[in-house]
Structure formats: structure tokens, C-alpha cells
Design a protein around this ligand. Sequence first.
Ligand SMILES: O=C([O-])C(=O)C[C@H](O)[C@@H](O)C(=O)[O-]
Ligand SMILES: [Mg+2]
Length: 429
Amino acid sequence: MNLTVTDVRLTPILVADPPLLNTQGVHQPYTPRLIIEVVTADGTTGVGETYGDTKYLELARPLAERLTGRRVDDLNGLSALADEVAVDDSRVSGQVDVGGLRGVQTADKLRLSVVSGFEVACLDALGKCLGLPVHALLGGKVRDSVEYSAYLFYKWAGHPEGVPAEQDDWGAALDPAGIVEQARRLTERHGFTSFKLKGGVFPPDQEIAAVRALAAAFPGHPLRLDPNGAWSVATSLKVAEEIGDLLEYLEDPALGTPAMAEVAAATDVPLATNMCVTTFAEIREAFTRGAVQVVLSDHHYWGGLRSTQQLAAVCRTFGVGVSMHSNTHLGISLAAMTHVAATVPGLHHACDSHYPWQSEDVLTERLTFTGGRITVPDGPGLGVELDRDRLRPLHRRWLDDDGRLRERDDAAAMRVAEPGWRTPAVPRW
Ligand SMILES: O=C([O-])C(=O)C[C@H](O)[C@@H](O)C(=O)[O-]
Ligand SMILES: [Mg+2]
């Protein structure tokens, strides 16, 4: 068996995305992703997936060159290789990440978001070479299936008129009844039993009403609300007081560790985050101040599956819970999330996933939720197969784009419908 990397293929694509609303704006009709293929000397190909905006591509290209000639099992060496890749200052100074929803942008975080896709591709290739599933390479699964929650969004029926887009069949959801209807359909289609509502879109009273409507429609089911840091400390506490008893946790009610710590000090409602703890460097302050009770890991920006396991170990040490955050992603990333989630002992919350919103994929067979769960694949590698016939048109879409959709920008997408729209100042309420 020859584990030497002989080729790395990078395929940027644009994937259809429905008009999902968040506090920054609305999702673009197509969102960029990057598919990474790592080929070994004996012809085995491993696949990975990560963000596809230009700033990630700029790092992925030199990393791909450096990886050629190395071994797919040299995963520690992969991180060191990424450290050699220079990050253009203009990409990080004063920048926030994709849509401003994932905390601050740093050079390291940018590198880690690229490394993660390569790590997954290397693990997939290695697993295929050894005839072992990725979870086995990570130490073995502790569960046979991973639970996901229904990710509810306020949404328009369609993208603004005149904007080229794929039509979706979910309809609009702009009030409590619409959100409950969406929850019912997600449950019917995928069997989810817990629900997360993406908030920060409407004034808090309307979102409180939506959570109450969900609680009435699905009594006893775990519920979460995530306004992406759009609220002041006072507003966060008011919401916690009004609906705290209905919530499994409140996710990033206020922006940043100091504000989250203030909220946490004054309420018993657990706080989760994928915004104030997004790197290892941010852990110490947040944990010692008791600012968060659950960290939502995202293997893309934490640097991969092994980093996610390390994060889980740190969380366990501090008595902080861990679960998983999700952004628009395809089946390769869902498989990767499922493998790592299967290896984390103290995973007590259903993971987030955007996957039900993605009508397109690059796999020969879509992953399916049964009872809201994904069965952990036991085949070699990730247990999924890339479909070139599906990949090609999505790449063609990226090639044909004039550059406007190649950077995800939810505020710009919102301006198409509301020309005066600016990213709201925080706290918004
Ligand atoms: O805070 C979160 O859970 C997210 O940022 C998840 C997604 O990025 C979501 O908000 C989105 O894409 O609109
Ligand atoms: Mg969040």
C-alpha cells in the first residue's frame, strides 16, 4: 500500500440555497463550497469539503501543492504545512467571517477552516486504504447513530424576483404559524424530535411567540433559539425569563464573552455558543468566567475532526457540554460530522445540520435521517462516494459566475430586496 499523495484536486462549486433569513440578511441563491480530493499513489481518492469563498481557495491552492508528495497519514504534518501558507493581512484585519456569524476572523482560523477539509480528505483516503471507517481511525465509535435537530429558519417563499435561483418547496415562514408548519414538515420528512430556531431576524417578542407556538405544538421536545448575538444583555435576560423554561439552551443571545458572561451570571438558562468560543485561544476566558455551558463545535473552523475531539476533551474537563454547529454544507461534511460525533462520549444534545435545506449534493447517494438520526457509516473511509456527474454542473455554475456569488454575503443578498439594508449594528435589540 502506498500512502503518498500524488494529486490534490480542488473543485470550487456553487450550491443552491433557499432564502433563509438571519440577523445579517438572507442567504444567497447559491453559496460557495470547496470539494477537495486527495489521490494516493495506488489510486485511492479521499474527499473533503469546506468553505469555498475566495479567501479559502487562496489558501487551499498552495496547501494542495505542498501536500503532494507527503503521506495521507501524516495528519500532524498537515497542520504544520498549513502554517507555512501565508495569509494576506487584508483577509483578516477588521474582518468578520462568513456573514459575521462565526465570531472574529483570524489568520489561524482561516487556515484551520482549510486544513479541516484536507484532514477529512486524508482520513477518507487512509480509511479506504486500510479498509477502516473514519470513526475507527479516530479511536472508534461510542454510538451507532448521531442525533440531529430540525434547524428552523424564518424564510421567504422564494429569492427576490428576477434573481436566478432554484425554487424550493418549503414555502414562506415569517410568523409563528409558519415556523410551526416548517417544523412539522421537517419532522415528517426526517423524523427530528428537537428544534432550533434561527432568531435575530424579528424583534424578540415575535421570536418568543414562535418558541411558545413550537412548545405548544411539540410539547416536551427540546427547543433552542439562536439570535447570533443580536440582543443586549438586558434583552437576553428578558427572553431567558419569559421562555427559559421551554428552552434546552439559549444560543449566543449576546455578542462576545463579556456579554455572555453577564447573561450567564443572571440566569439559570444554559447558554450555548458557536460565536464567542470558536478557537482554542478563546476557551480560557469563556470557561473561567462561566460564560457558556455548551460549545457548538464545527470541525470546519476548529481545524478538523481530531481538533473537535480535543475540544470535546477540554469541554469535558471544565464540565461544559459539547455539540455541533452547522453552516450550509453537503453530504461529505455531514458524513464527517457524523463520524466525529460518533466518537465523542459526552455528546448530550442533538447536532445542528443545514443538510435538509440543501436540495443538491455531490454524492452518488444522499445521506438520510431516520428518526432525526444518521446511522454512523461503517464502510471504509467516510462511507460516501463522490458523483462526478453531480459535481460538474455545480462547478460549471461557479465558473460561469461573474464573481458576485463566489463570496457569501448575506447582507448583500438582502440588499437586492431592500436596497437600504445595512448589516445591523449590535445589539440590534
Ligand atoms: O450561529 C449559527 O448557528 C450559525 O451561524 C449557523 C448558520 O450559519 C446560519 O446562521 C446561517 O447560515 O444563516
Ligand atoms: Mg449559533
